[in-house]
Each structure stands twice: as structure tokens, then as C-alpha cells.
Write a protein that binds this ligand. Structure first.
Ligand code: C2E
Ligand code: CA
Ligand code: CA
Length: 597
């Protein structure tokens, strides 16, 4: 391989300052040799006049005969031999223009693939003289390109799992949706059930380990043409190309099967499951759907799968989207509903068992929606709690319940009314003043209103809650503990609460049809616990005569439930009470009169 090529005649006129003439050829050769990059001197026809030493070193290093040049070799032919594409032709044309003096410089980046791998070069050419000779340097920029590639790869991938990240996934999905030969596209959204528990109980490092293992399993279970990516947290997305709903369900089943085997985490074998949502678009060009739409739809389907009890697959349907839109509108609508008088209270009677007398009622809110009809509280109270609407809503309930109780008073019907208070209301710190205001406005005595709250509502801020409850107690308002026995009960918390009545959750009462049943035994324990804490007890959700008999037998003070009466509008209550007091309905206790509405 020729190393050093000497041009026979170089027209350059190079003289030393001392006046001693040197051969111009030698001077040019020395200058080019001083350049660190492989450099060639070409004549106007692209023939090689000179190659510097760096060229020789590079040719040796790359061990590639295609770049070995000899004097007079055609540089253009060599370039075409390396890559005959349109870019090369454009470059050669630019070099010719440079030689003719039609442009000042030429710059060009290219990759050279040979058996040693791929290296990247930056080509820079300039014209030397009127004769059209040009100098072409080829700087090896491989390390810079590799660094750029690495950082661009990192920007597109998740550092934990090495999978495509959120923005790259959206780019890939959008590219698929924009294809001219519109093919069905499916997005699968997977969320690990109970991932937070793993993180909380075993630590974040173990959580990370789980995500890495899962990423590996998902990648190995999907087809080569699918892309698995991680959106963040424990949310993974699979982009299934050319795949409709049927294929997607097969894929979903395969993804779910990645959970068949337990995960080995922190030396323990842990079984987990996942909820999967699928959104498919058959003709992307027609629907004009974007990646963000499709991923959101799959996310909605995943949430529906979670709500349905986890560890299942759900296909997206448009009603899921309208449900979300409804939810988003709800807080604003609820505010308006309060002002527009669309909320109503129904009252469920509470019977004092030793005498069979109705001593009180529980106020239960409903929403008389202009379109949806009478909406039960379970459909809006949880949302009101999340959106800060609960405090104004509860203020309305307190005011209305106090007003109604005072109105009944005026009719000679003396009842104690219970109002439900949410945990979120404690954090506002206004409970005591809200209750006081409702009583003052209605002109009602404090002992005619009780507040019902669950243990969990107190658990969030036990000290703050205890202070507010104590203040209520001092003012004469009694506290009922609601739904007792439905969750985890903490004895230490119970004894600290200044409560007068323990309401036994209907899940315990409902199964107590015989005094020897397990439910009855649990009920008996709760009644005993209430007595030990100096509280009375109330059996909630009494649906049968047997359950009522059990409540009486176990010594419950009060009972409430459909067997006695359903919640009813205020105006029905007076009639119901009158019917109940009629002479034929005399006896108390287990033969208590039943009613329904
Ligand atoms: P809760 O406080 O446990 O109220 C009792 C619920 O059980 C009521 O449902 C009542 O209709 C129902 N119930 C009563 N007897 C029986 C029975 O024998 N069998 C069965 N299966 N159910 C019975 P409702 O009115 O739908 O209220 C549900 C929940 O909504 C209430 O549970 C309470 O947590 C909440 N809620 C209702 N009104 C309000 C309110 O004004 N403020 C707040 N924060 N929550 C409220
Ligand atoms: Ca209640
Ligand atoms: Ca309850």
C-alpha cells in the first residue's frame, strides 16, 4: 500500500523567509503531514496528488483496501466504491463546484462501515489554487458521534429498565398511527397490582428490582414487532403493530402470564398480578387519533380493570371516556347543586330498643339531579371528599338537618338527628363552628344533633380530631362512631374518642339471623366492647325480624335498618310515625313495627 505520494509538479510557490528555496512539493507535503486528520490533495479532476501520513496510518488501522490510494487514483471512484448513494453523488458534485471556484468550502459527515465496525468522519474540503486543486481532510469523529448517540439513546430510554420511555413511546406510537398504509394499532397498558405495597414494605430498591425483572419478562413474552416501554412508576405500555383487538387479547393474556411465576425479591418469592387495559384503532388514518388519546384510552380501560377487582384485562369502550368527563364535571356541578337547592335529605328512623320508641333519625343526603334523577350519596360523596366540596356540602346538610329537626319540634315531634361527617371535614378545622352555626340559625339545642364519624376518619389526624370532638362534646353535641367493625379497629383509638354510641356495621348485623351465628358472636363482642368503654351500641342494617331479635337479645340500645324503615323524605316521616303509633301497633322490642318505602 503506497504510503507517501509525491506530486511531480505542484504549482504552489512557497519560499522560505530566508530566501532559500525549497521544493514547493516538499513544503506542501510537510504542511499536510502536520495535519492530524487523513488528508488528500486532489487535482481538478479528482485525482490524488498527495496523501498525508495520517491517511496512511488510518488506512493501515482500518485495514481496508478500499481506502488505499496511489498517486493518480480517482478519488471520486473511490468515494463511489464506498457508498454509491445519492448523498455521495451530491458530495462529489459539490467538490467539483469547489474546484471550479463556485463555492468556498465543502463539509460532509459520513459513516464508514467495514469489518472493524462503523466509524464516522467529518469531511472538509477547500480550494487551493486557480488550477482547481483541492485539499480534503477526513476527521475521525467516531467518539463524538458515539457520545451523541449514547446521550440521545439515554434521552429516549428509561434508565432503570432500558426500555423506551414515555416521550419515545409516544413518538413510536404516533409514527405508527401516521403510516400511509394504515394498519390496526393496539396499545396495551399494564399496571402492577399492589406495587406500592412492595415499595412500602420492602423498600424502593426492591421495587426497582421488581420493575427490572418485569421489564425483562414482558420483553421476552411479546412479539419482535411489538415495543415494550415504561411510562413511569409501575406503568408499562406495549405497542402492538398491525394488531387488532383479537390479537391484543392474546397478547394481554401472555403479558398476564408473566405473573404466573412468583418474583424473587429480597430473597423472597412474591406473587403479584397486574391489571391491563387495551385500546385499539383499526383505521388510524380515518380516526385521526394521536398517541396521547390512545394511551389515555388504554389507561382508562386499565383503571376499569382495577376497579373490577384487579388481575384482569379490560378492552376500552367509549363509555369509559364519558364516565371520566362526567367525573371531571362533577365538582363544579355539585357546587351549583348546593346553591340551586338540588340536594335533599332523607331520614332513616332509629329505634330505642328497650321501649320500641323512635328516638332519632339519621340524615342521609341525595342529589335530585335534573337529568340523572335521584343520585345516591355513594356516587358523589367520595368525589366531593376529593375535591374540597365536602365542607360546603356538609355545612348545607348540618343546616338543613338542624332546620328540619326544629320544624318537627314545632309539630310536637321530638327527635335527635344524626349527620355524617367525612374525614376531609376534620382537616378544615371548622367542624365545631359549622355545627354551632347550624344550631344557632335553627334555634336548636345542642343535644338534638349528633355527628356520625368513622374510626378511619379520626385515624388520619387523631389529635386534631380528638380536640374538635372534645369541643363538640363540651358544647353538648354527641358523637356516634359509624360503621364499627367494617375495617381495622384500634382499641386505643376507640377509648380516646369521646363517643356516646357505637354503630355496629351492617356487615356484622346482616349475618346475625341466629343468636348462635358467627356474626352474632362478633356483634356480642362489639356490644361488650361498647359497654366496657361506657358507650351504648346501635345495630345498623337490620333487615329481618331475626336480626332485630338478636340485637335485642344481645342488649343493643338502638337499631336501624330496612326491617324497621327505609330512609324517607321529611314529609313522609310524620305520616310514618303516626301510622306506627296507631293502637294496633302497640308492642315494642322484637315485635317492633316494620315499615318500608
Ligand atoms: P352510612 O352512614 O353507613 O349510612 C347508612 C347507609 O345504609 C344508608 O345508605 C342507608 O340507606 C343504608 N341502609 C340503612 N339500612 C339498611 C339495611 O337494612 N340494609 C342495607 N343494605 N342498607 C341499609 P345511603 O343513604 O346510600 O348512604 C350511604 C353512605 O353515604 C352513608 O353510609 C354515608 O357514609 C354516606 N352519606 C350519606 N349521607 C351523607 C352526608 O350527608 N354526608 C356524608 N359525609 N356522608 C353521607
Ligand atoms: Ca352514618
Ligand atoms: Ca353506617
Amino acid at each position: 500500500m503506497p504510503r507517501r505520494l509525491r506530486a511531480p509538479e505542484l504549482p504552489l510557490d512557497v519560499r522560505r523567509r530566508d530566501g532559500v528555496e525549497r521544493s514547493p512539493a516538499l513544503v506542501v507535503e510537510a504542511v499536510l503531514d502536520a495535519l492530524p486528520s487523513p488528508t488528500l490533495l486532489l487535482d481538478a479532476d479528482g485525482r490524488v496528488l498527495l496523501a498525508n501520513s495520517a491517511w496512511g496510518v488510518a488506512a493501515d488501522l482500518l485495514d481496508d483496501e478500499r481506502i488505499a490510494v496511489a498517486l493518480g487514483d480517482d478519488y471520486f471512484a473511490m468515494a463511489r466504491g464506498l457508498s454509491g448513494d445519492a448523498r455521495t453523488e451530491a458530495l462529489l458534485e459539490e467538490l467539483r463546484e469547489l474546484s471550479r471556484g463556485e463555492r468556498a468550502t465543502v463539509s460532509f459527515d459520513y459513516a464508514l462501515a467495514n469489518r472493524g465496525g462503523t466509524r464516522w468522519f467529518h469531511l472538509q474540503a477547500s480550494r487551493v489554487d486557480q488550477a482547481g486543486q483541492i485539499v480534503v481532510t477526513h476527521t475521525d469523529v467516531t467518539s463524538r458521534v458515539r457520545a451523541e448517540q449514547a446521550s440521545s439513546w439515554q434521552a429516549r430510554h428509561d434508565h432503570l429498565t432500558q426500555l423506551p420511555n414515555r416521550s419515545h413511546l409516544h413518538d413510536l406510537i404516533d409514527a405508527e398511527l401516521c403510516r400511509l398504509d394504515a394498519r390496526p394499532v393496539t396499545v396495551l397498558f399494564l399496571d402492577v397490582d399492589g406495587f406500592k405495597d412492595v415499595n412500602d414494605s420492602l423498600g424502593h430498591e426492591v421495587g426497582d428490582d421488581l420493575l427490572r425483572q418485569l421489564a425483562g419478562r414482558l420483553s421476552s413474552r411479546t412479539r419482535a414487532e411489538d415495543t415494550v416501554g415504561r411510562l413511569g412508576g409501575d406503568e408499562f405500555v406495549v405497542l402492538c403493530r398491525d394488531c387488532g383487538p383479537a390479537g391484543a387479547e392474546v397478547l394481554a393474556a401472555r403479558c398476564q402470564s408473566t405473573f404466573d411465576e412468583p418474583f424473587l425479591l429480597a430473597g423472597r418469592s412474591i406473587r403479584l398480578s397486574a391489571s391491563i387495559g387495551i385500546a385499539t384503532v383499526d383505521a388510524p388514518d380515518v380516526t385521526g387519533l394521536r398517541s396521547t388519546d390512545l394511551v389515555r384510552d388504554a389507561d382508562l380501560a386499565m383503571y376499569a380493570a382495577k376497579r373490577a377487582g384487579r388481575n384482569r384485562v379490560r378492552l376500552f369502550t367509549p363509555d369509559l371516556r364519558s364516565a371520566v368527563q362526567q367525573k371531571a364535571l362533577l365538582p363544579a356541578e355539585l357546587y351549583e347543586a348546593i346553591d340551586a337547592g338540588q340536594l335533599v335529605l332523607h331520614y332513616q328512623p332509629i329505634v330505642y330498643l328497650p321501649t320500641g320508641e323512635v328516638t332519632g333519625v339519621e340524615a342521609l343526603v341525595r342529589w335530585q339531579h335534573p337529568v340523572r334523577g335521584l343520585v345516591p350519596p355513594c356516587q358523589f360523596i367520595p368525589l366531593a371528599e376529593q375535591n374540597g366540596v365536602i365542607a360546603p356540602l356538609t355545612r348545607w346538610v348540618l343546616a338543613e338537618a338542624a332546620r328540619q329537626t326544629a320544624a318537627w319540634d314545632a309539630q310536637g315531634v321530638h327527635l335527635i338527628t344524626g349527620v355524617n361527617i367525612s374525614a376531609a371535614h376534620f382537616t378544615t378545622g371548622t367542624l365545631v363552628s359549622d355545627v354551632a352555626e347550624a344550631l344557632a340559625v335553627a334555634g336548636l339545642a345542642a343535644d338534638r344533633l349528633v355527628v356520625e364519624l368513622t374510626e378511619t376518619s379520626v385515624a388520619q389526624d387523631p389529635d386534631g380530631a380528638a380536640a374538635q370532638l372534645a369541643a363538640l362534646r363540651v358544647s353538648g353535641v354527641e358523637v356516634f362512631i359509624d360503621d364499627f367493625g367494617s375495617g381495622f379497629s384500634s382499641l386505643s383509638q376507640l377509648v380516646r374518642m369521646p363517643a356516646g354510641v357505637l354503630k355496629i356495621d351492617r356487615s356484622l348485623v346482616n349475618g346475625s339471623d341466629s343468636p348462635r351465628s358467627q356474626s352474632a358472636a362478633a356483634m356480642a363482642a362489639v356490644v361488650g366492647l361498647a359497654q366496657a368503654c361506657g358507650m351504648r351500641s346501635l345495630a345498623e342494617g337490620v333487615e329481618t325480624a331475626e336480626q332485630l331479635a338478636t340485637a335485642v337479645e344481645l342488649g343493643c340500645s338502638y337499631a336501624q335498618g330496612y326491617h324497621l324503615a327505609r330512609p324517607m323524605p321529611a314529609e313522609d316521616l310524620i305520616r310514618w310515625l303516626a301510622a306506627r303509633r296507631a293502637p294496633q301497633h302497640g308492642p315494642a322490642r322484637a315485635e317492633l313495627v316494620t315499615a318500608g318505602s
